[in-house]
Design a protein around this ligand. Structure first.
Ligand SMILES: [Zn+2]
Length: 232
């Protein structure tokens, strides 16, 4: 399971890895914490959230990923009891072996908060006295940090070769039409070009065409390093 702050973060940072897991027969899910309602300069925030939710669903469907839409307000993600409860319930419902989380030094406050919430919920999901709808997890899932957006301040320790799944990643990112249009207008950035550069740089670092980078979260309980990515 990947946990992202906004509806397009997981695609940018880890979609190639999720697609690779799917190719190898694993179940994957995307847990999206905010509603993305600030991600536009046209229409209302309600309309934006609605558009972004349907874009996220369209994207997840490309690789057959499950979606957990937590729906907290974009730009104001806070680590509170209600949010933890919803995220812990998602973890319990999906019961992942591995969780991909935002790194604590990412540029966006929502990203950093999402990372903290993910770590907190990894523990809470195993605590029998913290009740949600689904039963307690028997095993604490392993957590790995995704790269930061635009790779700023990221120092990956592990790389996943996504050369075979880059096309799925491209298709998923193309679903986020509202963001591509907005980023073009506001920042002069083309989404797909952005993605190509990021994955090419990571590919260059590990001798393949395209890659995604990750860093182990040094937390307890930990799994042996070789169990983090069981990808061929
Ligand atoms: Zn984001």
């Amino acid at each position: 399971m990947a946990v992202g702050a906004h509806p397009d973060d997981i695609e940018i940072l880890a979609a190639g890895t999720l697609a690779k897991y799917r190719q190898q027969g694993h179940e994957v899910a995307m847990c999206i914490l905010t509603d993305g309602s600030l991600g536009s300069d046209t229409g209302s925030s309600e309309q934006t959230a609605q558009i972004r939710r349907s874009e996220a669903q369209e994207s997840a469907a490309i690789i057959g990923a499950g979606i957990y839409w937590i729906g907290r307000p974009d730009g104001f993600l806070t680590d509170d009891r209600d949010t933890r409860s919803l995220v812990a319930e998602s973890l319990r419902d999906f019961a992942p072996d591995l969780v991909l989380a935002h790194s604590p030094n990412d540029y966006h406050p929502d990203h950093r908060c999402a990372g903290l919430i993910t770590l907190a919920c990894r523990q809470l999901a195993t605590a029998p006295l913290f009740e949600t709808q689904s039963p307690t997890l028997e095993r604490t899932p392993q957590v790995v940090y995704m790269d930061n957006l635009a790779l700023i301040g990221s120092a990956p320790e592990q790389w996943v070769d996504i050369s075979e799944t880059i096309e799925a990643k491209r298709q998923m990112l193309r679903c986020h039409r509202s963001q591509n249009e907005w980023m073009r207008r506001s920042e002069g950035i083309d989404y797909l070009d952005f993605l190509e550069k990021q994955s090419s740089i990571r590919g260059l670092q590990c001798g393949v065409e395209h890659a995604e980078g990750f860093r182990r979260a040094h937390v307890f309980p930990a799994s042996p390093a070789d169990l983090i990515f069981d990808l061929k």
